[in-house]
Each structure stands twice: as structure tokens, then as C-alpha cells.
Design a protein around this ligand. Structure first.
Ligand code: SAH
Length: 343
């Protein structure tokens, strides 16, 4: 099995280069080529044929093929269906904001968390993405749009904290000053609540933004829509969040997909306010996206407004997520599903 060079950290690549008897500065050149999106050793024009030959005996340069690309006519939001080396597919979405360009990336092929409203989990988990494959989404999207991507959200297909080691290595590599160099403060990681790894993450002390997919104001409701709640319930989750805030001094973002008849009443909003009272946090209300297979629907606008107002009146910071790319079905997991269904 050959090594994907983008699975290596800078230091690991340096050891490899040194073990081949090469000068140190070669590492910088090669790392930079890799992260710029070359698709073969041939494109590394300032590296000798001999070194490229020796590298290619034990390693390779991974590529992502753009299988499909949808561009929103409304707001330029661009959705990619990327094909990995082994034929599996993942989705990434590029979004244009005033403050810069943001990409939403996947961490796994499929997902085993089983959230009832989510398209990504329908076929289960196929496999974890490697650090290089997670990075490749940023590299090849950036190359395709020809502009610098400045923000990353790990909110695509998969549960990042269920692929912990690879995700952490990816974060280190995408942050590396010799490569794409995106600051940790410009990166968000979203989790459905794998509490064990929230604790591991806080020990690393890297200033990324943590998003928690809460989606319910009580264990009773959360148990019904998110199986992970049976492993780590709301109390355990929120107590981890409080420790996270204490330790990192960073605001947590709670995601709340609002679903008609499930978690959308004023009483639910009151319960949620009680849960989050006094926490350094922000609540992102996401009108649930209809997924062909799940049957959940979003409440009407008035109902959503009422819900938000209860939170605001209780001094819980909350906003409704603006919908981008509504004409291209931009929410993650859905394009991969529709291709699988043969549409
Ligand atoms: N596994 C991670 C990240 C991927 S999902 C997590 O659970 O956080 C990204 C976000 O989209 C999560 O908050 C997820 O719960 C939410 N989501 C999934 N399906 C959705 C849908 N149909 N409508 C609205 N939000 C959805």
C-alpha cells in the first residue's frame, strides 16, 4: 500500500524526505505543491526527476474528481459531488459570504449516527475519510473556483468526532503555514454529541469553534430523533459543553433543526431556554430540510419566529440560519443520495 502524501503532517513529510537523503527545503516545496492541488508528481517542476521517481515508488498524490457540480443561480453557492480514488463519493459546498468564502466539508463516507432527519446516515457508514481526503475537498474546491477559501465548516457528510484522529490531523495540516494556512478561528466543527471526544478535543486547546447538533430540548424528544442521545444524554452533553467553554473561553454554537410537530412549540423553546441559561453560546435555528426518505417538514415562518422570540426574551442568543443554494438542494448528503437512487 502506497502512502498518500497528503495524509502526512509537515514533520512526517520532512522525515520521509530526509530519509531519502534530501535537503530540508525540499519538504517545503513538496508540501506546498501538494496543498496547491497538483494531481501528479510530474507537476512539481522544481523537484528532480530522480526524487520524484523515488517518492512515487512508495507514495502517491491523491486527487478528487468532480463528479457533479451544481452552482446556485441565486447566490453562487456551489455544491460538489467529489469522487474519491476508490470510487466512493462525498459532498462539499462552497458558500460566498461578505466576510469571505466558506466551505462545508465531509469527514466520512456515510455516517453511523442514525439521526432520523438526516440524509447522510441513510446508507450507514461506508468508511472514514483519511486526513488527505478531508483536505482534498478544500484543495480541489479552491483550485476549481480560483479564489482563496478562508473558512471551513465540518458540517458535511459524517460525524467528525467519530473519525477523531484523522480529523485532528486534517485540522493541523489545513492550518499549516506551509500549506493552505487557514486559522483555527476560521474553522468550525459540528458534532451530534460524541461526548468522549469533546473532552479529548478540549485538551488539545485549539481555538476552533465547536458546534453542537442539539435539535431537542429534552431527552425524551432527543432520544426519538438522535440515537447518540442514548449513549450520551443531554445532561452529559451540556456538562461537557460547559467544561469546554470554561477551558477554552470560546462560545459554543448550538444547532437546532426545527421540525414541525416534533420540537417546534413555544413550550419547547422555553425548555431550551432553561437548558442553555447562562451559557456562553449561540443558537442556530435551521428549518429542517425535507429529505425524500424521512418525511420531516419544517414549521411555517410564523411558528419559527415565535420560537426564536421565546429564546430572545429569555436572553438566549439565537438566529435563524439563512438558506443558501435553495435551488440546488445544497444541504449535505442529499446529492450523494440522489445519485445513488439513480436520479
Ligand atoms: N455529524 C455532525 C456534522 C454533520 S451534519 C453533526 O451531527 O453535527 C450538519 C448539521 O446538519 C447537523 O446539525 C445536522 O444535525 C444537520 N442536519 C442534518 N440533516 C438535516 C436536515 N434534513 N435538515 C436540517 N438540518 C439537518
Amino acid at each position: 500500500m502506497k502512502t498518500n502524501l497528503k495524509d502526512l503532517t509537515y514533520d512526517e513529510l520532512a522525515s520521509l524526505i530526509e530519509s531519502l537523503g534530501e535537503k530540508k527545503f525540499r519538504t517545503k516545496q513538496i508540501f506546498s505543491w501538494l496543498h496547491k492541488g497538483v494531481t501528479s508528481f510530474d507537476e512539481m517542476t522544481d523537484i528532480s526527476k530522480d526524487l520524484k521517481q523515488r517518492l512515487s515508488e512508495k507514495s502517491f498524490v491523491s486527487t478528487l474528481k468532480i463528479e457533479r457540480k451544481l452552482v446556485s443561480k441565486i447566490d453562487k453557492t456551489t455544491k460538489y459531488l467529489f469522487k474519491l480514488e476508490d470510487g466512493n463519493m462525498v459532498e462539499s459546498v462552497v458558500m460566498y459570504y461578505k466576510h469571505g468564502i466558506s466551505i462545508c466539508i465531509s469527514s466520512q463516507v456515510g455516517c453511523r449516527m442514525g439521526c432520523k432527519f438526516c440524509a447522510s446516515t441513510i446508507g450507514g457508514l461506508v468508511r472514514n475519510l483519511t486526513p488527505g481526503e478531508i483536505l482534498d475537498q478544500v484543495i480541489f474546491a479552491q483550485k476549481d473556483i480560483g479564489e482563496r477559501i478562508s473558512n471551513i465548516v465540518m458540517m458535511g457528510i459524517g460525524e467528525p468526532l467519530d473519525n477523531y484522529d484523522n480529523v485532528i490531523k486534517f485540522l493541523k495540516n489545513v492550518n499549516d503555514e506551509n500549506g493552505i494556512n487557514i486559522g483555527y478561528r476560521h474553522i468550525s466543527l459540528s458534532t451530534c454529541g460524541v461526548v468522549k471526544n469533546i473532552y479529548k478535543l478540549m485538551e488539545l486547546d485549539i481555538p476552533i469553534t465547536l458546534s453542537i447538533s442539539l435539535h431537542a430540548p429534552s431527552n425524551e424528544i432527543r432520544d426519538k430523533i438522535m440515537p447518540v442521545n442514548k449513549a450520551y444524554d443531554i445532561n452529559e452533553l451540556l456538562s461537557a459543553c460547559k467544561k469546554y467553554i470554561e477551558k477554552t473561553n470560546r462560545r459554543i454554537s448550538f444547532e437546532y433543526s426545527i421540525i414541525m410537530g416534533v420540537n417546534d412549540s413555544e413550550n419547547h423553546a422555553k425548555m431550551l431556554s432553561t437548558l442553555l441559561k447562562g451559557m456562553l453560546c449561540h443558537v442556530n435555528i435551521i428549518p429542517v430540510n425535507k429529505v425524500t426518505e424521512t418525511g420531516f417538514e419544517k414549521p411555517d415562518r410564523k411558528k419559527i419566529e415565535k420560537f426564536v422570540n421565546v429564546l430572545l426574551n429569555n436572553r438566549i442568543n439565537a438566529t435563524v440560519r439563512r438558506e443558501l443554494g435553495s435551488d440546488i438542494n445544497a444541504s449535505c448528503g442529499q446529492l450523494r443520495r440522489s445519485v445513488k437512487r439513480g436520479e
